[in-house]
Design a protein around this ligand. Sequence first.
Ligand SMILES: Cc1cc2nc3c(=O)[nH]c(=O)nc-3n(C[C@H](O)[C@H](O)[C@H](O)COP(=O)(O)OP(=O)(O)OC[C@H]3O[C@@H](n4cnc5c(N)ncnc54)[C@H](O)[C@@H]3O)c2cc1C
Length: 297
Amino acid sequence: MREFDFLAPKSLNAALRAIGEKGLNYTLLAGGSNAIPDMRAGKTASGLLVDIGGIRSLKYIKEEAGTVRIGALATLAELLDSPIIRSRAPVLWEAARRFAGPLVRNRATVGGNLAEASPAADTAVPLLALKARVKLERLQASRTVGLDKFFTGYRKNALKPGEILTEVSFPIPPPETKQGYCKMGRRRAMAVSVVSVAALVRMDGKSCTDLSLALGAVAPTPLRALKAEAALRSRVASKGALRSCARAAAAEAQPIDDLRASAAYRRRICQVLVNRTLCQALGLEDESPAPAKEEIG
Ligand SMILES: Cc1cc2nc3c(=O)[nH]c(=O)nc-3n(C[C@H](O)[C@H](O)[C@H](O)COP(=O)(O)OP(=O)(O)OC[C@H]3O[C@@H](n4cnc5c(N)ncnc54)[C@H](O)[C@@H]3O)c2cc1C
Protein backbone atom coordinates (compact mmCIF):
# COMPACT_ATOMS: atom_id res chain seq x y z
CA MET A 1 0.00 0.00 0.00
CA ARG A 2 1.27 3.50 -0.84
CA GLU A 3 1.70 6.29 1.72
CA PHE A 4 -1.14 8.75 2.30
CA ASP A 5 -1.88 11.76 4.43
CA PHE A 6 -5.12 11.03 6.25
CA LEU A 7 -7.96 13.32 7.31
CA ALA A 8 -11.26 12.36 8.94
CA PRO A 9 -13.36 15.56 8.95
CA LYS A 10 -16.54 15.57 11.02
CA SER A 11 -18.34 18.20 8.92
CA LEU A 12 -19.09 18.54 5.22
CA ASN A 13 -17.52 22.01 5.16
CA ALA A 14 -14.26 20.73 6.62
CA ALA A 15 -14.17 17.95 4.00
CA LEU A 16 -14.94 20.37 1.15
CA ARG A 17 -12.25 22.76 2.40
CA ALA A 18 -9.70 19.96 2.55
CA ILE A 19 -10.35 18.67 -0.97
CA GLY A 20 -10.87 22.18 -2.40
CA GLU A 21 -7.24 22.94 -1.57
CA LYS A 22 -5.87 19.71 -3.02
CA GLY A 23 -6.72 19.91 -6.72
CA LEU A 24 -6.87 16.35 -8.02
CA ASN A 25 -4.55 14.82 -5.47
CA TYR A 26 -7.02 13.30 -3.01
CA THR A 27 -9.18 10.20 -2.56
CA LEU A 28 -12.50 10.11 -0.74
CA LEU A 29 -13.33 7.19 1.48
CA ALA A 30 -16.92 6.48 2.53
CA GLY A 31 -17.70 2.86 3.54
CA GLY A 32 -14.40 1.74 2.01
CA SER A 33 -15.82 -1.47 0.49
CA ASN A 34 -14.27 -0.60 -2.88
CA ALA A 35 -11.80 2.14 -1.97
CA ILE A 36 -9.82 0.00 0.50
CA PRO A 37 -9.36 -2.98 -1.88
CA ASP A 38 -8.35 -0.48 -4.59
CA MET A 39 -5.73 1.02 -2.25
CA ARG A 40 -4.44 -2.41 -1.30
CA ALA A 41 -4.11 -3.25 -4.99
CA GLY A 42 -2.05 -0.07 -5.49
CA LYS A 43 -4.68 1.43 -7.85
CA THR A 44 -4.98 4.68 -5.84
CA ALA A 45 -2.43 7.45 -6.37
CA SER A 46 -0.76 8.62 -3.15
CA GLY A 47 -1.78 11.99 -1.73
CA LEU A 48 -4.54 12.86 0.70
CA LEU A 49 -7.08 10.31 1.88
CA VAL A 50 -10.24 11.99 3.17
CA ASP A 51 -12.48 9.70 5.20
CA ILE A 52 -15.95 11.27 4.97
CA GLY A 53 -17.54 8.34 6.83
CA GLY A 54 -17.84 10.32 10.08
CA ILE A 55 -19.91 13.19 8.64
CA ARG A 56 -23.18 12.46 10.43
CA SER A 57 -25.11 15.14 8.53
CA LEU A 58 -24.84 12.97 5.37
CA LYS A 59 -26.49 9.95 6.99
CA TYR A 60 -30.28 10.13 6.62
CA ILE A 61 -33.30 8.80 4.78
CA LYS A 62 -36.29 11.12 4.90
CA GLU A 63 -39.50 12.04 3.16
CA GLU A 64 -40.21 15.71 2.50
CA ALA A 65 -42.81 17.42 0.31
CA GLY A 66 -43.39 14.46 -1.99
CA THR A 67 -39.69 13.63 -2.28
CA VAL A 68 -37.52 10.92 -0.71
CA ARG A 69 -34.07 12.23 0.24
CA ILE A 70 -31.19 9.87 0.96
CA GLY A 71 -27.91 11.21 2.40
CA ALA A 72 -24.83 9.92 0.56
CA LEU A 73 -23.61 8.09 3.66
CA ALA A 74 -26.79 6.05 4.17
CA THR A 75 -25.71 2.41 3.96
CA LEU A 76 -27.37 -0.39 2.05
CA ALA A 77 -28.32 -1.93 5.42
CA GLU A 78 -30.07 1.34 6.35
CA LEU A 79 -32.01 1.32 3.06
CA LEU A 80 -33.16 -2.19 3.88
CA ASP A 81 -34.26 -1.15 7.40
CA SER A 82 -36.10 1.94 6.19
CA PRO A 83 -39.92 1.87 6.23
CA ILE A 84 -39.81 4.86 3.85
CA ILE A 85 -37.83 2.94 1.23
CA ARG A 86 -39.87 -0.22 1.71
CA SER A 87 -43.21 1.55 1.27
CA ARG A 88 -42.34 4.31 -1.25
CA ALA A 89 -39.71 2.60 -3.40
CA PRO A 90 -39.96 -1.19 -3.13
CA VAL A 91 -37.89 -1.33 -6.33
CA LEU A 92 -34.93 0.17 -4.42
CA TRP A 93 -35.65 -1.90 -1.30
CA GLU A 94 -35.50 -5.09 -3.37
CA ALA A 95 -32.19 -4.01 -4.95
CA ALA A 96 -30.79 -3.40 -1.43
CA ARG A 97 -31.98 -6.87 -0.38
CA ARG A 98 -30.12 -8.47 -3.32
CA PHE A 99 -26.95 -6.36 -2.78
CA ALA A 100 -23.85 -8.37 -1.73
CA GLY A 101 -24.39 -9.79 1.79
CA PRO A 102 -24.93 -8.35 5.30
CA LEU A 103 -21.23 -7.56 5.96
CA VAL A 104 -20.84 -5.46 2.81
CA ARG A 105 -24.31 -3.88 3.22
CA ASN A 106 -23.26 -2.61 6.67
CA ARG A 107 -20.34 -0.68 5.12
CA ALA A 108 -21.36 0.15 1.53
CA THR A 109 -22.99 3.56 1.11
CA VAL A 110 -25.43 4.73 -1.53
CA GLY A 111 -23.15 7.67 -2.41
CA GLY A 112 -20.15 5.36 -2.84
CA ASN A 113 -22.14 2.97 -5.01
CA LEU A 114 -23.21 5.82 -7.34
CA ALA A 115 -19.80 7.54 -7.34
CA GLU A 116 -18.15 4.28 -8.42
CA ALA A 117 -20.26 4.57 -11.61
CA SER A 118 -19.96 0.86 -12.29
CA PRO A 119 -22.35 -0.34 -15.01
CA ALA A 120 -23.41 -2.99 -12.46
CA ALA A 121 -24.01 -0.57 -9.53
CA ASP A 122 -27.11 -2.06 -7.96
CA THR A 123 -28.61 1.11 -6.46
CA ALA A 124 -28.18 3.01 -9.74
CA VAL A 125 -30.68 0.89 -11.66
CA PRO A 126 -33.76 1.39 -9.41
CA LEU A 127 -32.75 5.01 -8.79
CA LEU A 128 -32.65 5.65 -12.56
CA ALA A 129 -36.11 4.12 -12.90
CA LEU A 130 -37.26 6.39 -10.03
CA LYS A 131 -35.92 9.41 -11.99
CA ALA A 132 -33.54 10.31 -9.18
CA ARG A 133 -31.30 13.36 -8.99
CA VAL A 134 -27.98 13.72 -7.22
CA LYS A 135 -26.70 16.74 -5.30
CA LEU A 136 -23.04 17.57 -5.89
CA GLU A 137 -21.56 20.05 -3.43
CA ARG A 138 -18.34 22.02 -3.40
CA LEU A 139 -17.23 24.91 -1.16
CA GLN A 140 -20.01 27.52 -1.21
CA ALA A 141 -21.76 26.04 -4.26
CA SER A 142 -23.94 23.10 -5.11
CA ARG A 143 -25.65 21.72 -8.19
CA THR A 144 -28.21 19.03 -8.82
CA VAL A 145 -27.90 16.64 -11.76
CA GLY A 146 -30.32 14.02 -13.07
CA LEU A 147 -28.86 10.57 -12.36
CA ASP A 148 -29.14 9.80 -16.10
CA LYS A 149 -26.67 12.66 -16.71
CA PHE A 150 -24.40 11.71 -13.78
CA PHE A 151 -23.00 8.59 -15.43
CA THR A 152 -20.81 9.87 -18.24
CA GLY A 153 -18.94 6.70 -19.31
CA TYR A 154 -17.53 3.41 -18.07
CA ARG A 155 -16.75 4.09 -14.37
CA LYS A 156 -16.90 7.83 -15.09
CA ASN A 157 -19.20 10.38 -13.46
CA ALA A 158 -20.00 14.07 -13.57
CA LEU A 159 -18.19 14.92 -10.29
CA LYS A 160 -15.67 17.74 -10.72
CA PRO A 161 -12.53 18.14 -8.59
CA GLY A 162 -13.52 19.50 -5.17
CA GLU A 163 -17.08 18.10 -5.30
CA ILE A 164 -18.73 15.52 -3.05
CA LEU A 165 -21.95 13.71 -3.88
CA THR A 166 -24.05 14.56 -0.81
CA GLU A 167 -27.60 13.39 -1.58
CA VAL A 168 -29.75 11.38 -3.94
CA SER A 169 -33.45 12.20 -4.10
CA PHE A 170 -36.48 11.12 -6.11
CA PRO A 171 -40.14 12.08 -6.37
CA ILE A 172 -42.41 9.65 -4.52
CA PRO A 173 -44.15 7.61 -7.22
CA PRO A 174 -47.96 7.88 -7.21
CA PRO A 175 -49.38 5.09 -4.99
CA GLU A 176 -50.90 3.18 -7.93
CA THR A 177 -47.44 2.79 -9.56
CA LYS A 178 -46.40 -0.83 -9.91
CA GLN A 179 -42.73 -1.58 -9.29
CA GLY A 180 -40.53 -4.56 -10.18
CA TYR A 181 -36.84 -5.45 -9.82
CA CYS A 182 -34.83 -8.48 -10.97
CA LYS A 183 -31.12 -9.17 -10.66
CA MET A 184 -29.18 -12.06 -12.05
CA GLY A 185 -25.69 -12.80 -10.73
CA ARG A 186 -23.58 -15.92 -10.89
CA ARG A 187 -24.87 -16.89 -7.45
CA ARG A 188 -27.59 -15.64 -5.10
CA ALA A 189 -25.48 -13.55 -2.69
CA MET A 190 -22.17 -11.63 -2.85
CA ALA A 191 -22.50 -11.51 -6.62
CA VAL A 192 -22.03 -8.59 -8.98
CA SER A 193 -24.97 -8.30 -11.38
CA VAL A 194 -24.69 -10.06 -14.75
CA VAL A 195 -27.87 -8.18 -15.65
CA SER A 196 -30.30 -6.20 -13.49
CA VAL A 197 -33.61 -4.55 -14.38
CA ALA A 198 -35.89 -2.09 -12.57
CA ALA A 199 -39.32 -1.00 -13.79
CA LEU A 200 -42.02 1.41 -12.66
CA VAL A 201 -45.31 1.00 -14.52
CA ARG A 202 -48.55 2.99 -14.40
CA MET A 203 -51.72 1.56 -15.83
CA ASP A 204 -55.16 2.81 -16.81
CA GLY A 205 -57.22 -0.36 -16.95
CA LYS A 206 -55.33 -2.66 -19.30
CA SER A 207 -53.27 0.12 -20.90
CA CYS A 208 -49.82 1.17 -19.83
CA THR A 209 -49.87 4.95 -19.39
CA ASP A 210 -46.27 5.28 -18.24
CA LEU A 211 -43.19 3.09 -17.99
CA SER A 212 -39.77 3.86 -16.58
CA LEU A 213 -37.31 1.05 -17.30
CA ALA A 214 -33.64 0.89 -16.28
CA LEU A 215 -30.96 -1.70 -17.02
CA GLY A 216 -27.71 -2.59 -15.27
CA ALA A 217 -24.53 -4.31 -16.53
CA VAL A 218 -25.54 -4.30 -20.20
CA ALA A 219 -23.80 -1.07 -21.33
CA PRO A 220 -20.84 1.12 -20.26
CA THR A 221 -23.16 2.82 -17.74
CA PRO A 222 -26.42 1.90 -16.02
CA LEU A 223 -29.07 3.20 -18.42
CA ARG A 224 -32.74 4.08 -19.00
CA ALA A 225 -34.12 1.98 -21.87
CA LEU A 226 -36.01 4.84 -23.52
CA LYS A 227 -36.91 3.02 -26.75
CA ALA A 228 -38.26 0.04 -24.84
CA GLU A 229 -40.28 2.40 -22.63
CA ALA A 230 -41.82 3.98 -25.75
CA ALA A 231 -42.64 0.50 -27.10
CA LEU A 232 -45.06 -0.16 -24.21
CA ARG A 233 -46.28 3.32 -23.29
CA SER A 234 -49.91 4.01 -24.40
CA ARG A 235 -50.37 0.35 -25.39
CA VAL A 236 -52.46 -2.45 -23.95
CA ALA A 237 -50.05 -4.37 -21.70
CA SER A 238 -50.73 -7.78 -23.22
CA LYS A 239 -48.14 -10.53 -22.80
CA GLY A 240 -47.17 -9.99 -26.46
CA ALA A 241 -46.65 -6.27 -25.82
CA LEU A 242 -44.45 -7.04 -22.80
CA ARG A 243 -42.38 -9.41 -24.94
CA SER A 244 -41.98 -6.70 -27.64
CA CYS A 245 -40.86 -4.25 -24.97
CA ALA A 246 -38.33 -6.81 -23.68
CA ARG A 247 -37.02 -7.35 -27.23
CA ALA A 248 -36.65 -3.58 -27.66
CA ALA A 249 -34.69 -3.37 -24.38
CA ALA A 250 -32.33 -6.16 -25.47
CA ALA A 251 -31.77 -4.33 -28.79
CA GLU A 252 -31.01 -1.11 -26.90
CA ALA A 253 -28.42 -2.80 -24.64
CA GLN A 254 -24.72 -2.56 -25.58
CA PRO A 255 -23.26 -5.43 -23.57
CA ILE A 256 -19.65 -6.57 -23.63
CA ASP A 257 -17.91 -9.90 -23.01
CA ASP A 258 -16.25 -10.07 -19.60
CA LEU A 259 -15.32 -12.62 -16.97
CA ARG A 260 -18.91 -12.92 -15.75
CA ALA A 261 -20.78 -13.44 -19.04
CA SER A 262 -20.56 -13.09 -22.78
CA ALA A 263 -22.24 -10.15 -24.52
CA ALA A 264 -24.62 -12.53 -26.32
CA TYR A 265 -25.69 -14.15 -23.05
CA ARG A 266 -26.19 -10.75 -21.39
CA ARG A 267 -28.40 -9.58 -24.27
CA ARG A 268 -30.50 -12.72 -24.05
CA ILE A 269 -30.84 -12.48 -20.26
CA CYS A 270 -31.68 -8.79 -20.58
CA GLN A 271 -34.71 -9.76 -22.70
CA VAL A 272 -35.74 -12.51 -20.27
CA LEU A 273 -35.33 -10.30 -17.20
CA VAL A 274 -37.17 -7.29 -18.66
CA ASN A 275 -40.13 -9.54 -19.45
CA ARG A 276 -39.91 -11.09 -15.97
CA THR A 277 -39.67 -7.71 -14.22
CA LEU A 278 -42.69 -6.34 -16.09
CA CYS A 279 -44.70 -9.51 -15.33
CA GLN A 280 -43.66 -9.25 -11.67
CA ALA A 281 -44.71 -5.59 -11.47
CA LEU A 282 -48.07 -6.28 -13.15
CA GLY A 283 -48.77 -9.50 -11.21
CA LEU A 284 -48.74 -11.65 -14.38
CA GLU A 285 -47.30 -15.12 -14.78
CA ASP A 286 -43.92 -15.05 -16.52
CA GLU A 287 -43.76 -17.74 -19.19
CA SER A 288 -40.25 -16.97 -20.45
CA PRO A 289 -37.72 -19.81 -20.06
CA ALA A 290 -35.38 -19.74 -17.06
CA PRO A 291 -31.83 -18.73 -18.03
CA ALA A 292 -29.57 -21.76 -18.42
CA LYS A 293 -26.55 -21.57 -16.11
CA GLU A 294 -24.24 -23.42 -18.47
CA GLU A 295 -24.67 -20.65 -21.03
CA ILE A 296 -22.72 -18.22 -18.85
CA GLY A 297 -19.19 -17.86 -20.08
C1 LIG B 1 -17.47 -8.48 -1.58
C2 LIG B 1 -18.11 -7.32 -2.29
C3 LIG B 1 -19.40 -7.47 -2.81
C4 LIG B 1 -20.01 -6.43 -3.51
N1 LIG B 1 -21.28 -6.61 -4.00
C5 LIG B 1 -21.88 -5.61 -4.66
C6 LIG B 1 -23.21 -5.77 -5.17
O1 LIG B 1 -23.87 -6.80 -5.00
N2 LIG B 1 -23.76 -4.72 -5.86
C7 LIG B 1 -23.08 -3.55 -6.06
O2 LIG B 1 -23.62 -2.66 -6.69
N3 LIG B 1 -21.83 -3.36 -5.57
C8 LIG B 1 -21.23 -4.35 -4.87
N4 LIG B 1 -19.96 -4.15 -4.38
C9 LIG B 1 -19.28 -2.87 -4.61
C10 LIG B 1 -19.32 -1.86 -3.43
O3 LIG B 1 -19.64 -2.48 -2.21
C11 LIG B 1 -20.27 -0.72 -3.70
O4 LIG B 1 -19.98 -0.02 -4.87
C12 LIG B 1 -20.35 0.27 -2.50
O5 LIG B 1 -21.66 0.77 -2.49
C13 LIG B 1 -19.37 1.43 -2.51
O6 LIG B 1 -19.69 2.27 -1.41
P1 LIG B 1 -18.62 2.62 -0.28
O7 LIG B 1 -19.30 3.52 0.69
O8 LIG B 1 -18.00 1.39 0.29
O9 LIG B 1 -17.60 3.43 -1.16
P2 LIG B 1 -15.98 3.53 -1.05
O10 LIG B 1 -15.39 2.19 -1.31
O11 LIG B 1 -15.63 4.23 0.21
O12 LIG B 1 -15.73 4.50 -2.26
C14 LIG B 1 -15.94 4.06 -3.57
C15 LIG B 1 -15.55 5.20 -4.55
O13 LIG B 1 -16.50 6.25 -4.51
C16 LIG B 1 -15.92 7.48 -4.08
N5 LIG B 1 -16.89 8.09 -3.17
C17 LIG B 1 -17.47 7.46 -2.12
N6 LIG B 1 -18.40 8.26 -1.58
C18 LIG B 1 -18.41 9.40 -2.31
C19 LIG B 1 -19.18 10.60 -2.25
N7 LIG B 1 -20.14 10.77 -1.35
N8 LIG B 1 -18.93 11.57 -3.16
C20 LIG B 1 -17.97 11.39 -4.11
N9 LIG B 1 -17.22 10.27 -4.22
C21 LIG B 1 -17.43 9.29 -3.33
C22 LIG B 1 -14.60 7.09 -3.43
O14 LIG B 1 -13.64 8.09 -3.56
C23 LIG B 1 -14.22 5.84 -4.22
O15 LIG B 1 -13.64 6.23 -5.45
C24 LIG B 1 -19.33 -5.20 -3.68
C25 LIG B 1 -18.03 -5.03 -3.13
C26 LIG B 1 -17.44 -6.07 -2.44
C27 LIG B 1 -16.06 -5.87 -1.87
